[in-house]
Design a protein around this ligand. Structure first.
Ligand code: XIL
Length: 325
């Protein structure tokens, strides 16, 4: 079993979030990406603040690089994310547009970006994290502050994306979806409203940032509820924390590695069992523990959430993942 690859066993995409600097900077990173994954997502280079540098200027250099890299290596690209409250550029926030101007700028942005990569970026997260866990709207977001009907605005953005590339699969993406029933209900209600009003939504993403201590029963129940929507399901940013207390003196140990392996096995099993027409992919939020975003948080926390260790050796998590498929 251990000589097999995830991409050989899975009948859906095995994705990884990547950074261009790691691909160009380290052969082992690029080789692992090419050898073990068949879809990529930009960890940050396809977000609005990285692309939209000023009102009439777009920087597509890194996006172009990643899209070409994917094409050359037979990988698909999942776009992440057109709208996210954390990635509106400062110049855009500071311009303080009224509702009409705000929407017309965002419309041009979506048409420009989705249109440029028509047929190449075959799926996009149109909106990311608009709800709180209890299902209310996030107040930090530009969108919620401006629009009386923020969900209506988001729906129009799905339409702008679909007009720019009618074949692109369009997702709503958020975290803790299978744990937080309030958020999940808000997502389901939004999807129902979209379906009833002709808004093209194809899938729902649960980021799947969980931990070895997350209740498996809660995951199972929430996941079943999510699948009941009938939409495509993307586990879009998977990682599994072992150092659940963020302890600076944490020492990685075989017990926690085994728990992490079980997490990956159970997650793969769950996903594998959904109807074939709802399968889209499972995306890891990184490749190696060495450069996980969970180590960037500045508090020196020791974390080991992914499938490959610092020298690109497969962890027990990888074997667990395989077993679950
Ligand atoms: C994170 C990236 O991992 C970081 O590199 C970046 O600086 C900030 O964003 N939810 C999301 C992702 O949808 O876009 C976030 O990615 C992690 C949380």
């Amino acid at each position: 079993v251990t000589t097999q690859k995830l991409t050989e066993l899975a009948n859906f995409k095995i994705g990884a979030a990547v950074k261009m600097a790691n691909i160009t900077g380290e052969a082992a990173y690029s080789n692992t990406l090419k050898g073990e994954f068949n879809q990529l997502t930009a960890e940050f280079e396809m977000k609005m603040n990285f692309i939209w540098t000023s009102e009439n200027n777009y920087d597509f250099s890194k996006v172009d690089y990643l899209v070409n890299y994917a094409q050359q290596n037979n990988m698909t690209v999942h776009g992440h994310a057109l709208l996210w409250y954390q990635s509106f550029p400062d110049w855009f926030k500071n311009a303080n547009y009224d509702t009409v101007a705000f929407e017309s700028k965002v419309k041009v942005y979506i048409e420009t970006v989705v249109g440029r990569y028509k047929g190449k970026i075959r799926s996009w997260d149109v909106a990311n994290e608009i709800f709180n866990d209890d299902g209310t709207m996030r107040i930090e977001s530009q969108i919620q502050g401006k629009f009386k009907d923020p969900v209506g605005f988001v729906g129009r953005c799905f339409k702008y994306a679909a007009a720019a590339d009618p074949d692109c699969k369009l997702f709503y993406n958020d975290y803790s979806v299978v744990l937080a029933s309030g958020k999940r209900n808000a997502m389901k209600n939004m999807a129902i409203r979209f379906k009833n009003t002709g808004v093209p939504i194809h899938g729902l993403g649960d980021q799947f940032h969980y931990r070895i201590s997350t209740s498996q029963t809660t995951i199972n129940n929430g996941f079943a509820d999510l699948v009941s929507t009938g939409l495509l399901i993307h586990l879009s940013e998977i990682d599994c924390k072992v150092n659940v207390n963020n302890s600076p003196t944490y020492v990685l140990n075989s017990t926690d590695l085994q728990k992490q392996s079980d997490f990956y096995k159970n997650t793969a099993k769950l996903y594998n069992a959904i109807p074939a027409n709802q399968k889209f992919g499972m995306t890891m939020w990184g490749i190696t523990d060495k450069n996980t975003w969970l180590r960037d948080s500045g508090n020196g926390n020791k974390e080991y959430p992914l499938l490959f260790d610092e020298v690109y050796a497969k962890k027990p998590a990888y074997a667990g993942f395989l077993e679950g498929l």
